[in-house]
Design a binder for this molecule. Structure first.
Ligand SMILES: [Zn+2]
Length: 195
């Protein structure tokens, strides 16, 4: 595997594998966050998942996907996998990713996006309140893993291929905007502690 995964494949997995699950989750009152695991060797999908906080407030997209991964009868080793998260993981999820043995994660939206575009400020609030960290203050590369912002990978793509990735990025963002609106309109009726 090259140093980083292809943004084209990551965007495809978000659009075709994660978003359909998230559509269902949001219609049941859950948040918009999702995740997927891919093999490093050929970028094939192992499992995709979405937030299920209406069942258990710990079932963030990432942790809920890991729960389902560990329920698979046979599964690859995490060191051989890419962790794809639609949104930059919160402190619980980045710790879960660490404890599960992944050496990477890729994310489509940043913590700042979750706060500003999704009206979900909890990631950054927890970073500040528990650890005294300002936005961007944690170590995105450390002894356990490297994390990658997919927008950076798109920006670094050669001109010939970049336009279609930017178009796909815009299309995915429009769908998240729509789903976020549905979640925000419904959330006063749910019992998620940090909704
Ligand atoms: Zn989380």
């Amino acid at each position: 595997m090259s140093e980083t995964a292809s943004p084209a494949r990551l965007l495809d997995v978000i659009e075709k594998d994660i978003l359909p699950l998230t559509k269902g989750g949001v219609s049941g009152g859950a948040k918009v966050f999702g995740a997927a695991l891919l093999r490093k060797s050929d970028l094939s999908l192992v499992i995709a998942g979405t937030n299920n906080e209406t069942e258990n407030p710990l079932w963030h997209g990432e942790v809920h996907t890991l729960k389902q991964f560990y329920e698979m009868p046979e599964r690859p080793e995490t060191k051989d996998l890419i962790f794809l998260s639609t949104h930059e993981p919160c402190t619980m999820c980045m710790s879960a990713i660490t404890w599960a043995g992944f050496d990477n994660y890729y994310y489509f939206y940043s913590h700042e996006d979750s706060r500003d575009a999704f009206a979900i400020p909890h990631d950054l609030k927890i970073m500040k309140e528990l650890y005294g960290l300002e936005p961007g203050g944690y170590r995105r590369q450390n002894a356990f893993w490297k994390s990658f912002y997919i927008g950076d990978l798109v920006a670094a793509t050669p001109d010939a291929d970049r336009a279609s990735l930017e178009e796909q990025t815009a299309r995915i963002k429009r769908e998240y905007d729509r789903l976020s609106g549905i979640y925000q309109d419904s959330k006063s009726g749910n019992s998620i502690p940090l909704n």
